[in-house]
Design a protein around this ligand. Sequence first.
Ligand code: PMT
Length: 425
Amino acid sequence: MCGGIAAYKAVEVCRGLVDAGAFVSPVMTRGATRFVGTVTFSALASEPVRITLWDEPEPIPHTRLGQSADLIVVVPATARLIGSYAAGISSDLLTATLLATRAPVLLCPAMHTEMWEHPAVVDNMARLRQRGVHVVEPVAGRLAGGDVGSGRLADPADIVAAAVAILSVPADLAGIEAPATPGPVAVPGDLAGVTALVTAGGTREPIDPVRYVGNRSSGKQGYAIAAELAARGARIILISTVELAVSRGIEIVRVETAAEMEAAVLARAGQAEVIVMAAAVADFRPKEIAPHKLKKGAGPPEVVLEPTPDILAGLGARRRPGQVLVGFAAETASGESAEGDLRSYAHQKLKTKGADLIVANDVAAPGVGFAHDTNAVLIVGADGYEAEIPLASKAEIATAVVDAIARTRHDRTRDMRPATNEEQP
Ligand code: PMT
């Protein structure tokens, strides 16, 4: 634990790790002790808190801690800790332990938006990610002092889920060779071994060979979600009507119409543990497509529309066990009770589409929805989960959506575990 206001949430992470069966050796920086008392951690963890390299009965605590750890979780990771670790500087017991380990490391940054977005911190994080360090990204939300922005510590349950996932991913599943001798294990993130299918962009329903009925979706939100899932270790199948830059390894299937998207999705849905329908699929299409360009001289054509298949509802009706199904809801909920409307629309869609999560956006609000680089969403879950993300970049929205997916998967795994006596009320 480092010294940041989010240190109080490390208490919950510590408890979650112990509940999950981990032996937790707590290490605090001096700064952390200004935010949370050592007694709290000593009581909750598996052994007493350590703070310093000195004054300990054992002469070199960092090597014992580093060598015996299966995983080191830093929560919250401050800009100072991230900088020291990236530069290989050991100035206290925590940084010395980080340098004295070959175990995987999971960083959970938390700081103010300005600090999180500072080029020095961005560079240090990139360097650490390259070295195989795992990261549970901070989320957007309320920060210390009442500010709102990205940099808020992720949900403690998501941090525990990520730690459990790192410890339980076999090397072959994660697509890496198991090291012959203990060494730095570059296991990918909390969704390693998961296949995710994502749709992006707006469908185009032809009227004639040159004209179509379409919408304003740019595909940016869907691509951002695909990128976030990939960064966290998932294998991605991206079914898209548009072509944007993607990271290597993402399989792209190009489609144009709702019917093509439906065929592409249904052909691959059986492989996917996670499906995110971010695409803006047309609800109606021209009943007939003119074989030749309609002539202006013939006067305005009468275009008769018919409904398209509802891909998401179809997936909801026949999904494979354990699959997490995420739909979007593009609403124009603006008005006096815009938030209330968006929430009730989102809950309606949860039911009608049979989804686990609905990500609702009020596309009439400034900077929200179609084509913008930003978005603002309300995420609701069939299990009662709710998260509201105020205006943020589409990448940040993607992080929140993927956090909600990871949480749903985690809860499902926990619910599927046989109850032990200790778990009985
Ligand atoms: O692409 P961007 O420019 O970045 O914009 C992002 C976005 C606004 C497109 C995105 O945030 C979004 O809201 N996507 C869903 C758009 C939409 O079609 O919403 P809907 O409320 O009409 O549909 C609800 C859900 O059903 C969606 O998950 C949609 O993919 C799905 N659907 C809809 C119709 C249909 N025939 N089949 C479907 O599967």
